[in-house]
Design a protein around this ligand. Structure first.
Ligand code: FAD
Length: 553
């Protein structure tokens, strides 16, 4: 039952950044009469945490720009009371109150009719961080950022170590290099950027190395060597030590769920709060949004955590609406779409990668194409690599990854949209996308990826895994002699593509044959020709030599 205007609906929001600020502002827009209070334990609300690395490196020069909205603005524009420095410590679900303590140590108690929890997540603090060291940091809040900047001003840092090669870690690396710091990046996994498949991650790694970053993957931090409460070196389990003036740790996040847990709200298998499609918890008067919850994954159909700003903002909007007027559109599933800029490249993914498909027992095929991000003849065309993962029988798109100098965001977003609508490779092949030479190609990379997937499933011809064992096959390398000299493929028969229509009879039509080129494009032409000439089995090496060279250690 909604309350009358005299009896104002009391909405209390706990946590005032991405999800909480969205929820509060939306609640006000749909209900001008509710009494809305935001309780935030930190000193600021609605700051741009995603912008923190960029102010650290000076690319966002003005710190003020990170303060998207202030408490004053919330009051003046929305009549929303923001109480910063207010940490909520418990929820009484029967009395409908929250209690807590201010930074000054004062206790407070507030009644609510609807409570929205948006308490976010913590950065993991691995055991090796349990040392007193003035040059050990994490980057999660404005305060963290200010402390790093202040430290670097006080004590010029020549060498920094970033531990963790996730999205935030790589943003920090890029910005430290911008400050002329010699950066070493240490990652426990065998690759940077876990959401990417290894061959795409390898391209990111090359870009880092190209810009002078020393990358250690598959490397475990054992301990820090300290002197006078200062880390002087990072000791790796493998025995190496990395000398350093500064350490920034970014090894993932865990949901901040203590408050919810204490209040008896149900948690899911991955440790986040369970919510329904309106972001209500098991207590219909308590909503939860953002990094602390589990979302429905659109492709997997299971729930899990997805600590990203987009889902936090969207769930905040749904919860704010529903809490304020008792109805809203349902929260849509997430795909985990994410992107990062690493120097001159951008890389990102949407949906499932190969590891996730295997873990979920989902059959998949994949194609990797390379294409210019806009018409190759128009100035400024950058090479883009796009990997598309799809189901071999339903033809449904399962995921995609892209990397390149430009246009990565557009391709990921197009495929994320198709994924959202449970599209197939045929849907993707038929999309009517905007085209003029400065923007794309009449056959966009998205189309090209879909076409190659269609070819693969139609055996026209089938794609081979780029890292497959080639022994025993008749391998036809259709690259130029100059290309082969740069990147040889031993034991292949070399027939350049433009000579194949003359020389194809040099090959044995009875032997299983694999066509290879740099990216798979010319090999496709070759394989089609040979198939047409009666070769019994002819396939195309997915992604060609440019991807094969990235396989293995
Ligand atoms: P938050 O925005 O973290 O807000 C939670 C708030 O709750 C905090 O301010 C906290 O102080 C407050 N709080 C917690 N407990 C209490 C309590 N008991 N009482 C009162 N207040 C409390 N995501 C992307 O999608 N793209 C990016 O490029 C990106 N870059 C990022 C870069 C950095 C450096 C960081 C830190 C994060 C980045 N993220 C990015 C992640 C994104 O910022 C988060 O997913 C998003 O902010 C989560 O929103 P939230 O509302 O759940 O939590």
């Amino acid at each position: 039952m909604m309350k009358s205007t005299e009896e104002k609906l009391k909405i209390v929001v706990v946590g005032g950044v991405a999800g909480g600020a969205s929820a509060a502002a939306r609640a006000r827009r749909v209900n001008a009469n509710a009494e809305i209070t935001v309780l935030e334990k930190g000193p600021e609300v609605s700051f741009a945490n995603c912008g923190l690395p960029y102010h650290l490196g000076g690319e966002i020069e003005d710190r003020q720009k990170l303060l998207v909205a202030t408490s004053k603005m919330f009051w003046e524009r929305f009549r929303i009371r923001v109480r910063t420095g207010h940490e909520v410590q418990s929820i009484d679900r029967v009395a409908h109150t929250v209690t807590g303590r201010t930074v000054d140590g004062e206790e407070f108690k507030l009644p609510y009719d609807r409570l929205i929890l948006a308490t976010g997540s913590y950065p993991y603090r691995p055991e090796f961080c349990e040392v007193m060291a003035e040059n050990l940091f994490q980057l999660w809040t404005l305060d963290d950022m200010d402390r790093i900047i202040a430290y670097m001003k006080q004590r010029p840092c020549k060498k920094a170590t970033v531990i963790g090669a996730g999205f935030v870690g790589l943003e920090v690396v890029e910005q430290l290099v911008r400050l002329d710091v010699q950066v070493t990046l240490i990652e426990r996994m065998a690759q940077v950027l876990g959401p990417l498949d290894p061959e795409i991650a390898k391209m990111v790694e090359h870009e880092l190395t190209k810009h002078g970053v020393k990358v250690h993957v598959g490397a475990d931090v054992q301990s820090f060597l300290t002197n006078n409460q200062k880390i002087t070196a990072v000791k790796l389990a493998e025995g190496d030590s990395v000398m350093t003036d500064l350490v920034i740790v970014g090894v993932g996040v865990k949901p901040r769920i203590e408050l919810a847990e204490k209040a008896g709200l149900v948690l899911g298998k991955t440790g986040g709060v369970v919510i329904n499609e309106y972001c209500q918890t098991n207590d219909a008067d308590i909503y939860a949004v953002g990094d602390m919850v589990e979302y429905l994954h659109g492709t997997l159909g299971t729930t899990g955590r997805m600590p990203l700003a987009g889902p936090a903002n969207r769930s905040g909007r749904i919860a704010g609406t529903h809490a304020a007027i008792g109805r809203s559109q349902p929260l849509q599933p997430v795909q985990g779409t994410a992107i990062v800029r690493v120097f001159d490249l951008s890389a990102g993914s949407t949906g499932l990668n190969v590891r996730a498909c295997r873990a979920a027992g989902i059959d998949f095929n994949s194609t990797i194409i390379q294409a210019p991000h806009h018409a190759s003849y128009f100035p400024g065309a950058c090479n883009l690599t796009l990997k598309l993962i799809y189901h071999p029988t339903t033809r449904q798109i399962l995921g995609a990854q892209a990397i390149g100098g430009a246009g990565v965001d557009k391709r990921l977003d197009v495929i994320a949209t198709a994924l959202h609508f449970k599209g197939t490779i045929d849907d993707l092949a038929g999309l009517d996308l905007a085209y003029a030479p400065p923007f794309g190609s009449a056959k966009d990379p998205v189309h090209m990826a879909a076409f190659t997937a269609q070819n693969d499933l139609a055996n026209y011809p089938t794609l081979d895994a780029f890292d497959m064992q080639l022994d025993g096959f008749q391998v036809v390398d259709v690259r130029t002699a100059a290309e082969i000299e740069k990147l040889p493929l031993p034991n292949a028969i070399h027939i350049p593509i433009d000579e194949l229509t003359e020389r194809w009879q040099e090959l044995d039509a009875q032997r299983p044959t694999i066509a290879v080129c740099h990216s798979g494009k010319r090999a496709h032409v070759a394989a089609c020709w040979l198939k047409g000439k009666g070769f019994e089995s002819v396939t195309n090496l997915n992604g060609g030599m440019s991807i094969r060279r990235l396989s293995g250690p």
